[in-house]
Design a protein around this ligand. Structure first.
Ligand SMILES: *Cc1c(COP(=O)(O)O)cnc(C)c1O
Length: 365
């Protein structure tokens, strides 16, 4: 018998909502994973049963993102934050520079880390406009001889998102896609390396997905610690040491769920619908709600806005919480309000929040 559980409207920015069907499947398989008499957490990472989980997750990701054979998938640990260091350690060659496109706090962190390893510079920055927008492609300034160009595809804190990506030719393009990977179809062939912590759109925290162009591996520095070399993980199918097995299992199940929904174009359509419910409400509020991002840079994942005064904002956040909406507070570094509508957040949650916003405005204007 299944218990009827009250699920909350979860707008957390990360870790964030997971599909209910995935949680139920994990629950069903928790004690006896596919006839092994063990949980997936108790399997040896060298066993056939686990290896199938591992390889299936890689295959599903390749299929859903149409990853070309020039690229491979790695499952690492340390979060997107360790990628901030691993990327320059491996790829910022002596005598070369790397350009960083500054679109928010995560770009700043990536830049700060890279500075420890070599010469880096801002290829563009929207900091002066309080990170309300993404630079246009013709504002990007970088050199054809650079080690790489780095960007953050979705700015989780400020609520902006790239709509198009530059064609960088021979300059390897590297993207932090932590908060919008798998939210829409992308052309992976444009990128030399894509990375993402799993805990927004892919699964639970603990796994970091890296999609890397194979030829980049050959250009990497060699005098770095074994665990921090991409090639170590590539040569060992991400099984050099014990991987986060349960997280990879959950990732595989999230990917199955995306496939069953109809893949990335179906997910993208649903994400647009969800975001539009909230943005429409902001735009129709006559300035009661003030969107942070400029309309052409709005994120479909993290929808950020303010109210006219700090007091009103506080009241709004308190009432949202009382009404069962979790995670609407903006990031602690900038305040305001933020609805994170990742893949697993249902349309009904955004619809309910829209109604809440309209009612709050009626009662407070
Ligand atoms: C959440 C997030 C990170 C940090 O990820 P960790 O896995 O916690 O290290 C980095 N970049 C972006 C864009 C994020 O949204």
């Amino acid at each position: 018998m299944k218990l009827q559980v009250q699920r909350t409207y979860n707008f957390n920015a990360g870790p964030s909502a997971l599909p209910i069907s995935v949680l139920e499947k994990a629950q069903e398989e928790l004690i006896d994973f596919r006839g092994t008499g063990m949980s997936v957490m108790e399997l040896s990472h060298r066993s056939k049963a686990y290896e199938d989980v591992h390889n299936q997750a890689i295959a599903s990701l390749k299929e859903l993102l149409s990853i070309p054979d020039t690229h491979e998938v790695l499952f690492l640990q340390g979060g997107a934050s360790l990628q901030f260091s691993m990327i320059p350690m491996n790829f910022l060659q002596t005598g070369k520079k790397a350009g960083y496109v500054m679109t928010g706090s995560w770009s700043e962190k990536a830049f700060t880390e890279a500075k420890l390893f070599g010469e880096v510079y801002h290829a563009a920055s929207t900091k002066e406009g309080n990170y309300r927008s993404i630079p246009t492609l013709d504002q990007l300034q970088y050199n054809s001889t650079d080690a790489y160009l780095h960007l953050t595809s979705n700015n989780t804190i400020y609520g902006t998102q790239w709509k198009d990506f530059p064609d960088t030719g021979d300059v390897p393009l590297i993207a932090d896609m932590s908060s919008d990977i798998l939210s829409k179809p992308i052309d992976v062939s444009k990128f030399a390396l894509i990375y993402a912590g799993a805990q927004k759109n892919l699964g639970p925290s603990g796994v970091t997905v890296v999609i890397i162009r194979k030829d980049l591996l050959e250009q990497a520095h060699t005098a770095i610690p074994t665990m921090l070399k991409y090639s170590t993980h590539s040569k060992n199918n991400s099984l050099y040491n014990t991987p986060p097995t349960f997280g990879i299992y959950m990732l595989g199940e999230v990917l199955n769920w995306v496939r069953e929904l109809g893949g990335l174009s179906a997910i993208a359509e649903q994400n647009e619908k969800k975001a539009n419910l909230i943005y429409e409400t902001i735009d129709a509020s006559n300035g009661f709600y003030i969107g942070h991002a400029t309309p052409d840079s709005r994120s479909l994942m993290n929808l950020t806005f303010n109210l006219a005064s700090k007091d009103l904002e506080k009241k709004f956040l308190e009432q949202a919480k009382q009404s069962g909406f979790v995670g609407v507070n903006g990031h602690r570094s900038i305040g305001g309000c933020r609805v994170s509508a990742y893949n697993a957040v249902p349309v009904e949650a955004c619809q309910a929040f829209k109604e809440f916003m309209i009612q709050f405005q009626t009662e407070n204007s």
